[in-house]
Design a protein around this ligand. Sequence first.
Ligand code: N7H
Length: 441
Amino acid sequence: SLNLDDIQGDVLIGMKKNQELFYFFSIANATDFKPKLASDILPLITTTTQLLSVNTQPTTALNVAFSQTGLTALGVTDALGDSAYAGGQFSDLKNLGDPGSTNWVPQFTGTGIHGVFLFASDTEDNIDAAVASLEAALGDCITKVYTLQGAARPGTEAGHEHFGYLDGISNPAVDGFVTSPMPGQAVVAAGTVLLGESGDTVTRPTWAKDGSFLVFRQLAQLVPEFDKFLTDNAVVEPGVLTPQQGSDLLGARMIGRWKSGAPVDLAPLFDDPALGADPTRNNNFTFVHPDAALATNQTRCPFSAHIRKTRPRADLGTPEDAVHHIMRAGIPYGPEVSDDEAAANTTSTERGLAFVSYQANIGNGFRFLQKTWADNANFVHAGTGVDPIIGALAGAQRVVSGLDPTDSTKTLTLTTDFVVSRGGEYFFTPSLSAISGTLAV
Ligand code: N7H
């Protein structure tokens, strides 16, 4: 079994608060900073055990992670065995389909960010207080480089990302942590997410055990433009669908789920909110149906749907591939769409997803899903097209097929990228014993 007191809380369970602040910093004085890791930071770090019960959850949860240049600044010379991490995300941007760094937040261009604090709480005031107290303790050991405030959307949209779809439904069950997986949930070895655990095949320094690589991406979402696209390209089935139902269906087929979370594989024509809300049913599908050929039939879920591109389930055979899985722990950021933006079909204030994923191997996890699957027009079959949500071809036009259930050979050309990468960084979230051990001394 896993040592849940030693694993930072966000990795396996997610801090799941309404507010989360990503506080990116550089280490200005490593000599002074290192002992404070043990004396001032460690006592504030929220463990997995603490998050498991509401009684032990702190008012404001805190996690910390370091980039490669951050570890180097701390004098850590051991290689962690992950080349993507070692090079940093900026030097990896071509692999991710980003069109250069023109859209990147300037602070992410380069390797100047050494670490990130993740503060999570019910209110922004709680977070501000926790930030002020940590800043006071650390003094000029660190410099604030950039912050991004994430927040759950208001009211009934809570838990939904900015396009409107319920998120956080499907994460893998990590062996040794989850004892009874939900129906349809992928089960992965602990070493898929945690370094040095069973299933991690790379040689790691001993102190890296039970740490995890954190991929951070600031992904802007062009919501009014996305909605306009759905209106303009609604699926047409006279006598079956109204125009509104036709555009809702197109959106659901692009994601692979309806806004309620109901999978189109189980609810192919109309949303089924009761199904979406039922965790025993909303992930219980493999794309296999006795009345339809798995390799050719797209009447239920298109091959290009975001959730099929990023987890092809039975498309890659049975049992399901157990390597290319990530734990997702992101949160939306930015305001709701204003009436003016909706009327103009144009975004004027940035909003999106503060994307966070954990994996023991970035090349098998996040980068594989993005590059080898989502951005690959010939995955899972030749001519599928890219993932219409996150697929990126360095700004080139994206072509997608299979979205029209009445004619799966029809292609749609997406002239807009509805998700725009604003960059990010690759981090390592160490175990608590590594924070007070190797990193502090
Ligand atoms: Fe995705 N979205 O709203 O469109 N994602 N995602 N994602 N995503 C998922 O099943 C979304 C992104 C995965 O197990 C859902 O929990 C948006 C990246 C994976 O069946 C929705 C953005 C990567 C899954 C979204 C975004 C992934 C998944 C359904 C960016 C990896 C689980 C909810 C702004 C490279 C698949 C759910 C499974 C699900 C959306 C980014 C991966 C609604 C808006 C960058 C593995």
